[in-house]
Design a protein around this ligand. Structure first.
Ligand SMILES: [Zn+2]
Length: 191
C-alpha cells in the first residue's frame, strides 16, 4: 500500500517537547478535530482525500512533519525508561562492540550484561552494552574487571528524544534536527 510508506509525524506537546511518533492517519484525525495547535518544518506529506462532487477536485491536505498537539502536556509524557530491545541497544552503541571497539553488522552483535546475570546483574540500559560474539564469549560469566576487558564507554539510559531517534528508521531531516536539540549536549555528536 502506498500510504503505509509515508513517514511518521513527530508529535510535540504544547511546550514543544517531543512526545512520540504518529502514523499519518492519526495526524489527519487531529487536523480534522483542530487539535493541532502549531506546526514546524515544511509540509512534506501530502494526503489526498476524496473528490468533491461539485468541483471535481480532489481534496489535499499538506501534512507538516512536526506538529504540536492541543491538550498534550509534558506531564503526560512517558517518563519511564524507553524499552530495551536489541535493535535500540545496538543503535545506542552505533553497532560498535564496547570491548574491542570494532563495528559489526547487527547479525553479529549480542547483548552483553556488564555485570553478568549470574552475578545478579540486571537487564537494564545501564547494565547492558553491545558486544561482538567473540568478545561476549571471551568475557563469559565475568565482570569486565575479572575478564580484564575494560568497557570503552559507560552504558546509559537514552533520553526520550534519543529513544525517539532510535525507534524510527525513517526520520526526516527536519525531524532529526529538532530531536537533536533535545538530546543531552555531550551526546549530540554521536547522532
Ligand atoms: Zn568485540
Amino acid at each position: 500500500m502506498e500510504q503505509t510508506s509515508k513517514p511518521l509525524i513527530l508529535a510535540l506537546d504544547n511546550g514543544g517537547h517531543p512526545m512520540g511518533w504518529l502514523p499519518w492517519q492519526d495526524a489527519v484525525r487531529l487536523y480534522a478535530r483542530e487539535e493541532i495547535v502549531w506546526v514546524l518544518g515544511k509540509p512534506a506529506v501530502v494526503i489526498r482525500g476524496g473528490t468533491n462532487r461539485l468541483t471535481g477536485l480532489r481534496s489535499e491536505l499538506a501534512m507538516h512533519t512536526i506538529v504540536a498537539v492541543r491538550g498534550a502536556d509534558s506531564r503526560r509524557r512517558r517518563i519511564t525508561a524507553p524499552g530495551l530491545t536489541n535493535r535500540a541497544l545496538f543503535q545506542r552503541d552505533h553497532q560498535h562492540c564496547m570491548y574491542c571497539g570494532d563495528r559489526f553488522p547487527i547479525s553479529l552483535l549480542t547483548r552483553d550484561h556488564v555485570k553478568p546475570r549470574s552475578l545478579g546483574g540486571g537487564d537494564s540500559w545501564k547494565n547492558v552494552v553491545t558486544a561482538c560474539r567473540a568478545c561476549n564469549t571471551r568475557k563469559g560469566n565475568q565482570t569486565p574487571e575479572q575478564a580484564r576487558m575494560p568497557l570503552l564507554a559507560v552504558p546509559y539510559v537514552p533520553s526520550h528524544a534519543e529513544y525517539l531517534i532510535l525507534a524510527n528508521r525513517r526520520i526526516l531531516a527536519d525531524q532529526m534536527e529538532f530531536l537533536r536539540m533535545h538530546v543531552p549536549r555531550k551526546r549530540r555528536h554521536l547522532l
